[in-house]
Write a protein that binds this ligand. Structure first.
Ligand code: BES
Ligand code: MN
Ligand code: ZN
Length: 505
């Protein structure tokens, strides 16, 4: 689908979308069009019971004889005062759904300044486009036949605005982020026979070097030499060899001292999680192809940063393993020695993500001396029980870091909730024969005890946040700006956090 921004003029072809605000107040374009149509728009609105101009409501009207366009869509924009960047993005997704669902091929959205809202006309146009583009995602590379109603119909979507030049500029940056989100969704959607540690590492090398990111890969031999006992213990049951992929992006070359040190993003990349010997039930196990979601977010974010030429130094480190059952697989009760030197009694082989992250986190701190570390992982089923798919949980050894992330999250609509860490959770990890167990003794607060485990692999002077995205990585139903499936949740919030925290200072 091609998205463009054009001068504020009614189109000559295709269909046209005009805005109506809450309580039936027409935008200037809607008024003008209504006049041209001799009041037909007003009439259609009154005739559609229930249409109040609420955000996302719509009336689709076949254009009368003699008109240039095929359809006129009257679209509810809600209350102008409530039209934020997030709402504009969501609305863009709704516009896409509405016009694509009506099988329209070519559509122009008339954008007028929303008087009384905080968003500029240029931003409104750009974010509407962003939302529409995000919603247009498809993962259909394995479909050899496509049903007619599943096909994408919309080929050209234009936004007509008096601020078209400004909108274009803003959109260019947003589209770089959109590309990152799509890359993440692609990775998450791939089946595990296609995307395994080796193929994944190759794909990252290829796609990220192409945008100027330095990519290096540690293989099994190198990780053995370094002493990655925790990560390797998880990997040992699979014939697919593990990888640790490091991505370096230096967008702030003039930085000195503290500001030069990178932010580190670390991701759990379990390309398939059977649970290992502590095997998972078979119902729904196919979902565990997306247990690499955290790593996918890291890759997509790195891509977006490079594409939009972010002025920040960021490294991405992802631990890639497959958690399999086999005669070589790790046993419950095994004791492994992590790269940090701490030993772990592996009580449950299904609590593997934290073992992978333990070594990846320690390596990140040793190698990059980062100014902060943020890890992302589909770490615990308990996170889904606690927050569902509305919020992801953020745990941190610095309250202000978690609070900042939460604040940014509501701005972009990838919501984060501040979850607790603390002594009480940490205590539950005590082991009789090693430095710690990999799971706690009870079932309660599973996400918090998992975070407590990770915390043991963070140096005290390193600000760290852990985001458990188990509930938000994959969606069983379509959302405003994503079809069902991989959401790419995390790319936009991290991107915005980096922008606010490191680029505006
Ligand atoms: N990848 C899973 C967590 C998960 C479960 C994510 C369901 C998304 C949906 C993780 O490796 C895991 O299996 N965690 C266990 C931990 C338990 C053994 C302490 C869990 O949550 O059940
Ligand atoms: Mn598991
Ligand atoms: Zn897992």
């Amino acid at each position: 689908m091609q998205i463009s921004f054009t001068k504020h003029k009614l189109p000559k072809t295709g269909s046209v979308v005009v805005a109506c605000f809450e309580d039936g107040k027409f935008s200037d374009s809607a008024k003008a069009l209504d006049k041209e149509l001799k009041g037909a728009l007003k009439k259609a609105m009154t005739a559609s019971a229930g249409f109040k101009g609420k955000r996302g409501q719509r009336v689709v009207i076949p254009a009368p004889m003699g008109m240039d366009y095929a359809f006129v869509v009257l679209l509810g924009f809600g209350k102008p005062g409530e039209l934020t960047h997030k709402e504009a993005t969501d609305l863009g997704g709704k516009i896409y759904d509405c016009v694509n669902g009506a099988a329209l091929k070519e559509v122009t959205v008339m954008v007028d300044a929303a008087k009384g809202s905080s968003i500029s006309e240029a931003d409104l146009a750009a974010y509407l486009g962003h939302g529409a583009a995000l919603k247009s995602y498809r993962f259909d590379i394995y479909k050899t036949k496509q049903k007619e109603d599943a096909k994408a119909h919309l080929a050209k979507l234009s936004f007509a605005t008096a601020s078209d030049d400004k909108a274009k500029k803003t959109y260019k940056v947003l589209d770089a982020v959109r590309e990152g989100v799509f890359l993440t969704r692609d990775l998450i959607s791939e089946p595990a026979n296609v995307l395994h540690p080796e193929s994944y590492a190759k794909r990252v090398s290829k796609e990220l070097s192409a945008v100027g990111i330095k990519v290096s890969v540690l293989d099994e031999k190198q990780m053995k030499k370094l002493g990655f006992g925790a990560l390797l213990g998880v990997a040992q049951g699979s014939e697919k060899k593990p990888r640790l992929v490091c991505m370096e992006y230096n967008g702030n070359t003039s930085a000195k001292g503290e500001a030069k040190r990178p932010l580190a993003l670390v991701g759990k990349g379990v390309t398939f999680d059977t649970g290992g010997v502590s095997i998972k039930p078979s119902a729904g196990m196919e979902e565990m192809k997306w247990d690499m979601g955290g790593s996918g977010v890291v890759v997509g974010t790195m891509y977006a940063l490079a594409k939009r030429k972010a002025k920040a130094n960021v490294v991405g480190i992802i631990g890639l393993v497959e958690n399999m059952v086999s005669e070589r697989a790790q046993r419950p009760g095994d004791v492994v020695k992590s790269y940090s030197g701490q030993t772990v009694e592996v009580i449950n082989t299904d609590a593997e993500g934290r073992l992978v992250l333990a070594d990846a986190l320690w390596y990140t701190q040793e190698k990059y001396k980062p100014r902060a570390v943020i890890d992302l992982a589909t770490l615990t089923g308990a996170m889904i029980i606690a927050l569902g798919s509305e919020y992801a949980g953020v745990f941190s050894n610095r309250d202000d870091l978690a609070e900042k992330l939460c604040r940014v999250s509501s701005k972009v609509g990838e919501l984060l909730w501040h979850m607790p860490i603390g002594e009480g959770y940490d205590k539950q990890l005590e082991s009789e024969i090693a430095d710690m167990r990999n799971i706690s003794r009870g079932r309660e607060a599973g996400s918090c005890t998992a975070a407590a485990f990770l915390h043991r692999f963070i140096k005290e002077d390193v600000p760290w946040a852990h985001i458990d995205i188990a509930g938000v990585t994959w969606s069983k139903k379509a959302g405003d700006i994503a079809p069902k499936g991989g959401t790419g949740f995390g790319v936009r919030v991290l991107n915005e956090f980096i922008l606010e925290e490191y680029e505006k200072k």
